[in-house]
Each structure stands twice: as C-alpha cells, then as structure tokens.
Design a protein around this ligand. Structure first.
Ligand code: TYD
Length: 227
C-alpha cells in the first residue's frame, strides 16, 4: 500500500525550448530562500532504471517505434520515478519539483497519435493516482523554442546517418527534437488544451516574456499551492 502524501508536488512542463531548466533552477533557489528544500527530478529519467529507458527513447531514431510502445516506455520510466523518488519524498513532507510528467506524454505522444485522454487513463494505473498539485505549463511556439535551443526540428527520417540524426548547429538533436515542425505544433496545441481535462490544475505561463517576468508569473501561479 502507498504511504500517505503530505508534501507538495509541482511540475514544470512545456514544449522544447520553453526555458523549463532555467525556471526550475530559479524556483528551486526561491523555495530554498524560504527554507523549503525541494527534491528535484526530471522525467524521463531521474532513476538508474529510468535513465536506461530514457536512453532507449531519446538516443535513437524512433521512426520504427510503435506509438503504443513509445507511450508505455515513457510511462514505465515515470512509474519508477514515482515509486523510487516522488512518493517517498512527498510522504516525508518534502516538496517535489519535477521537470515534465504525464502532461508531456499527453502532448508529445498525443501529437504522435496516442489519444491524450487515454494517456491519462493509463497514468491512473501506472502511477497509482499520483498527480501533481499543480502543473505550470511554459508556453512557447516551436519556432521560438527551437531558436532558443539552437537546433531545428526536422522531418522525421531525413537528415540521418547510420540510423542516428545528423549534427545540427553544434549539437545533436534528441529523437523528439528531430521530429517535424508540424509535430511540435501539435505538441503545443495539446499542451494548451490540457487545462480543460487534466485531473489537476494546469496553469499556462507565457514563456516568451523576459525570464524575470516568467519567474514572477510562475511564483504567482504557485501562491495558492504553497500557502
Ligand atoms: P529532455 O532532454 O529531458 O529535455 P527537455 O525536457 O529540456 O526538453 O527531453 C525530453 C524529451 O522527451 C522532450 O523532447 C520531450 C519528450 N518527452 C516525451 O515525448 N514524452 C514524455 O512523456 C516526456 C516526459 C518527454
């Protein structure tokens, strides 16, 4: 049986290049200044087993992978993260700050053809009902997002060498970044709709603003949860 939950569970999510990592760091510092030491984690990964699954998902060309398989693997990595890291932390009253979660599977695998509503049903079983108190969705259009990270999305299957995506501007795109701009537009569109059917609140923050303004908006959005 799962332990009772006492701490707060906060997720930062959004399309590629939305600035999650920067805001994650800022939020962590801000919480610490209030005496709240947050447990930080990232999805997919965050555990040894999860990191192995992450490597299967992001280090290779996914064009051969069935979308059901892709969805189950993301969920499997998360199930491990939930039981090994998130649940135990929450059970001792710690705040958990997680980079991506089920919302990403809804958006990305949704964009690949897996119904986001079914992702939520699947998560109910895979994660034993472990939902965040709040999800902050940092919104950015794909052109601006990929402009920020300095790599461009591609048409899946093209620009590949030996089954791997070829180098872009100085660094290699992961499997998701290598998908087409249309794919990433669908990802964003699903993210923007999630607030209407996700089981717990999803608050959209415009990530196109100045980094300080985005931080302020996130803090405002969290005020109700952290009070
Ligand atoms: P990652 O390297 O963690 O970087 P970032 O979160 O900064 O983009 O990339 C994870 C990639 O995996 C990202 O493109 C989103 C994708 N993803 C999914 O497709 N489904 C999921 O369920 C999750 C959690 C991530």
């Amino acid at each position: 049986m799962n332990e009772p939950i006492c701490g707060k569970f906060i997720v930062l999510d959004g399309p590629d290049g939305s600035g999650k990592s920067t805001q994650h760091g800022r939020l962590e510092k801000r919480l610490l200044s209030l005496g709240i030491e947050a447990v930080s984690c990232r999805d997919p990964g965050g555990t040894d087993i999860g990191n192995r699954i992450r490597s299967i998902l992001l280090d290779f060309d996914l064009s051969e992978m069935d979308v059901n398989c892709e969805t189950m693997l993301f969920m499997a990595s998360r199930a491990q993260l939930a039981s090994e890291v998130i649940r135990p932390a929450l059970a001792v009253g710690k705040t958990v700050l997680c980079d991506r979660y089920v919302t990403s599977t809804c958006a990305y695998q949704g964009a690949a053809g897996y119904d986001p509503h079914r992702v939520i049903e699947l998560a109910k079983y895979a994660l034993d009902g472990l939902w965040p108190d709040v999800t902050i969705m940092l919104d950015i259009d794909p052109e601006s997002g990929f402009g920020r990270i300095g790599r461009g999305p591609q048409h899946a299957g093209k620009n590949r060498k030996n089954g791997q995506p070829e180098l872009f501007v100085g660094s290699q795109p992961d499997a998701m970044e290598a998908r087409s701009i249309e794919f990433h537009r669908r990802v964003r569109a699903i993210f923007l709709e999630l607030h209407s059917y996700y089981p717990t609140p999803v608050i959209t923050v415009n990530a196109g603003e100045h980094v300080d303004a985005v931080e302020a908006r996130i803090w405002e959005a969290l005020s109700g949860v952290l009070a």
